[in-house]
Ligand binder design. Structure first.
Ligand code: NDP
Length: 300
């Protein structure tokens, strides 16, 4: 069997289009322009790239982008003051503080200072609790993107055996919660899991969020399984020239696609869905803030 490729670039473009058309209607019918504030502290080059990309895609979707770039020496009090101002600003429907923060800032304290209803990353402790207890919440973007792709591919996920490899707060745990909510039988595997290959091989849905290049190969995958590769790892690529690198996932794509039924590539799989879902979450937050119906198909 050669797996179907789930094309995240095409899927994400579809999500962005849906968001943009909802935004157009919100503006025309209600005079509301959803606004996303992104806060970047310091000069981390990867974070700068992400923030630029988020700002550009926000504007392309017809929403308002507010960028706050703060010096690496910003104090916790200064950052909390900015968050309080954004919480109080009715033009701002979503707030995202780009992580990681410089070491002198307490990430949990900062994230939990964001108004939970504007917490478009879904990392606030209240949103974590709401997701775990089945209440309406903001859902972390990467797992939300995975869920959308899985629903699209399978229709109903009810009763399927899902294995999530990785138990981080930003990917593994919320992914498992979402799959559970869609009535999968969920196993979370991690670095201490015994017989991990056997467990993974029994999965109908295998989500890899590990951060280890190409760790999961065909021996981990049951025939016909759906494999979502969240991992983004940069490895040396001497074939491209001295000092060159390339991106790979946590899954050994070439071997996995011979066994899987469907699989996301890296790059071009789960990655593009993350910002698309950030835009979807901002739209959802704006609709909720104004007591309007949420956009169908763009929430968990
Ligand atoms: P973390 O490092 O926070 O978590 C990694 C998890 O993998 C941990 O739970 C760890 O287990 C587990 N793990 C590590 N080694 C093994 C192993 N040998 N066998 C089984 N499990 C193992 O990573 P993140 O969740 O933040 O990210 C995971 C990957 O996803 C990274 O490559 C990251 O770059 C990528 N990512 C991609 C995004 C996107 O937009 N596509 C967004 C976010 C992340 P333990 O808890 O026991 O240590």
């Amino acid at each position: 069997m050669v797996a179907k490729i789930i094309d995240g670039k095409v899927f994400a473009a579809g999500i962005r289009e849906q968001v943009a058309s909802h935004v157009e209607r919100l503006k025309a019918d209600h005079g509301i322009s959803p606004g996303l504030a992104v806060v970047l502290v310091g000069e981390d080059p990867a974070s700068q790239v992400y923030v630029r990309s988020k700002g550009r895609q926000t504007v392309e979707a017809g929403m308002t982008s507010f960028e706050h770039k703060l010096d690496a020496t910003t104090t916790e009090a200064e950052l909390l003051e900015l968050i309080a101002a954004l919480n109080a600003d009715p033009a701002v429907h979503g707030i995202l503080v780009q992580l990681p923060l410089p070491a002198h800032l307490d990430e949990a304290l900062v994230i939990n200072a964001i108004d939970p209803d504007k917490d478009v990353d879904g990392f606030h402790i209240l949103n974590v609790g709401r997701l775990a207890t089945g209440q309406k919440s903001m859902v972390p973007c990467t797992p939300l993107g995975c869920l959308m792709m899985l629903r699209d591919h399978h229709g109903s996920l009810s009763g399927l055996n899902a294995v999530v490899v990785g138990r981080s707060n930003i990917v593994g745990k919320p992914m498992a919660q979402l799959l559970l909510r869609d009535s999968c039988t969920v196993t979370i595997a991690h670095s201490r899991t015994r017989n991990i290959q056997d467990i993974c091989r029994r999965a109908d849905i295998l989500v890899a969020a590990v951060g280890r290049p190409e760790m999961i190969d065909s021996a981990w995958i049951g025939p016909g399984a759906t494999v979502l590769d969240v991992g983004i790892n940069r490895i040396p690529a001497p074939e491209k020239g001295a000092g060159k690198t390339r991106l790979v996932g946590d899954v050994d794509f070439a071997s996995a696609r011979e066994v899987a039924g469907a699989i996301t590539p890296v790059p071009g799989g789960v990655g593009p869905m993350t910002i698309a879902c950030l835009l979807a979450n901002t739209l959802t937050a704006a609709c909720r803030a104004h007591g309007l119906d949420e956009p169908e198909g763009l929430t968990a």
